[in-house]
Every structure is written in structure tokens, then in C-alpha cells.
Design a binder for this molecule. Structure first.
Ligand SMILES: Nc1ncnc2c1ncn2[C@@H]1O[C@H](COP(=O)(O)OP(=O)(O)OP(=O)(O)O)[C@@H](O)[C@H]1O
Length: 248
């Protein structure tokens, strides 16, 4: 479980996160949703240590990420997997070399151990046949799968996904969502997903946080979201035509 408390961040005197408190549960797909520029990415960066919050705390299974010792922070970092927007693959490396990269950088495993783990992860995302291909030779959906395989190769306890569906067609998006949800449940990972995608909200929104201008205005499960009374959330949801037709 990850608990964040009173996370506050300003850039050049402008507050972009206004004291966010929330809990993200183990084995669940936790979604952060909201319009453009509402602070979703900054919040995610505060959680993984790419941006330091001005105030507040981030606890990983009760271990304080910012106010603990260096070793604690280091070991929490090793338990994180990150799926970056667009996959962020190395173009000059094959699919399997991309997936092996964290093992090469962060472990002293033998080549055989690394290869076994890479094969397992590629198989898990349905890409074992593409191991020797270059990123330029595979589709956008396959690149996301490679990104997922790389994000789980170190067996993470915490998985962060920044817009995993961006640039994908609706059918491929659903498959990627399902894969992330399956992996989350199978390996009991605490997964945080930033998304704009209303399909994802309805399909895999087990615990959803809605951000608006740097503040948390709503949280709950997908089955309750369309019953919301929060005007800003209603506006966000029902700008989607399909959901507008479902509006109670
Ligand atoms: N390094 C930075 N320096 C200054 N301002 C920043 C920085 N990073 C983000 N911001 C500002 O913080 C606000 C929130 O940005 P953020 O990227 O978190 O939005 P978002 O909700 O993820 O939007 P989108 O959905 O468009 O990616 C924006 O006004 C943005 O310009």
C-alpha cells in the first residue's frame, strides 16, 4: 500500500498540488484522473522521487520515502516499476535487450538468470516471438507490452503507468488495460495509473482519484462515479458522449 499525505508542490510561486492525501491499495488498479494541467504527472513524479514535494509525506508500506534514511529510499526505488508514456524504449536495442536493461543496470545476476527472467516477462505479455525484433519493427501496442515487461522485470511491488493507452486504438487500449489489471492482481502489485481514458475508468477503475486544479475533489470506485454530485467531475465525465447518454 502507498499512503500519501498533504502533498503540496508549487512552481514559481504557483501551487500545482494543494495538499493531496490518499491511499493506493495493493493488488488494485488505482487511477488518477483529471483534465490537462491538473497536476496528475507532478503527483506521480512526487511519488517516485522525480520531483520533491514542498510538503507532505509518501509512505510505501509504512516506510517514509522522503523522511527516512538513504538506504530506505534506495530499496523503495528498487521496488518500483515505471511504464513511461510512449513506452520510452531504446531504439538501438532489441526487445529483449530493452527488457533486460534494468537487470543489467541494477543486479549482478548471471546472463542465464537474466535471460530466464526476460523470457518469462516477455511470455507473460505475449511477446516471446518478438524478442529479437527492434522497436521500429513492432506496433504501438507491442511497444507498450515491451514497456510493461520491462516495468515488471525486477518484480516490482509498486507499478506506475503514465497514460498507458495514449496513442492506441480502442481495442488495443482495452487489451493493455486488461494486461495491467491481470498483472496487478497476479503479483499483488500496488498499481497507479494516470489516465484520461473513460474506458479505462469504467473497466479497471478499482480506486479512482479525481484531481482538479491541484486538489482532490473526489475518490471512489468506478461503479459510483457516474452518480457523482461534484460539478467539476460531472463536467469531466460527461464531456464523453457515451457517458452523457448514461447520465442518471
Ligand atoms: N517542472 C515544472 N516547472 C514548472 N511548472 C511545471 C513543471 N511541471 C509541471 N508544471 C506545471 O504544473 C501543472 C500541472 O502539470 P501536470 O503535468 O502535472 O499536469 P497533468 O494533469 O499531468 O496534465 P496532462 O494530462 O496534460 O499531462 C501545469 O500547470 C504545468 O505547467
Amino acid at each position: 500500500m502507498i499512503q500519501i499525505s498533504n502533498i503540496t508542490k508549487a512552481f514559481n510561486g504557483k501551487e500545482v498540488l494543494k495538499g493531496i492525501t490518499a491511499e493506493f491499495k495493493k493488488g488494485e488498479t488505482n487511477l488518477i484522473i483529471g483534465g490537462s494541467g491538473t497536476g496528475k504527472s507532478v503527483l506521480l513524479k512526487c511519488m517516485i522521487g522525480l520531483v520533491t514535494p514542498d510538503k507532505g509525506s509518501v509512505l510505501y508500506n509504512d516506510r517514509d520515502f522522503y523522511n527516512g534514511d538513504k538506504e530506505t529510499q534506495q530499496s523503495i526505488r528498487r521496488e518500483m516499476g515505471v511504464l513511461f508514456q510512449g513506452g520510452a524504449l531504446f531504439d538501438s536495442k532489441t526487445v529483449e535487450e530493452n527488457v533486460r536493461f534494468p537487470l543489467d543496470m541494477l543486479t549482478d545476476q548471471s546472463m542465464q538468470e537474466k535471460q530466464e527472467r526476460v523470457n518469462f516477462c516477455l511470455q507473460r505479455v505475449g511477446l516471446d516471438a518478438a524478442a529479437k525484433r527492434m522497436p521500429s519493427e513492432i506496433s504501438g501496442g507491442m511497444k507498450k507490452r515491451v514497456g510493461i515487461a520491462r516495468a515488471i522485470v525486477m518484480n516490482p511491488k509498486y507499478l506506475f503507468c503514465d497514460e498507458p493507452n495514449s496513442g492506441l486504438d480502442p481495442l488495443t487500449s482495452v487489451k493493455i488495460d486488461e494486461l495491467i489489471k491481470e498483472i496487478t492482481q497476479e503479483y499483488e502489485i500496488t498499481t497507479i495509473i494516470i489516465t484520461h481514458d473513460m474506458n479505462s475508468v469504467m473497466e479497471i477503475g478499482q480506486n479512482i482519484m479525481f484531481l482538479y486544479q491541484g486538489a482532490k475533489l473526489w475518490e471512489g470506485v468506478n461503479s459510483n462515479i457516474i452518480k457523482t454530485d461534484v460539478p467539476e467531475l460531472k463536467e469531466f465525465l460527461f464531456s464523453n458522449k457515451l457517458l452523457r447518454e448514461m447520465e442518471p
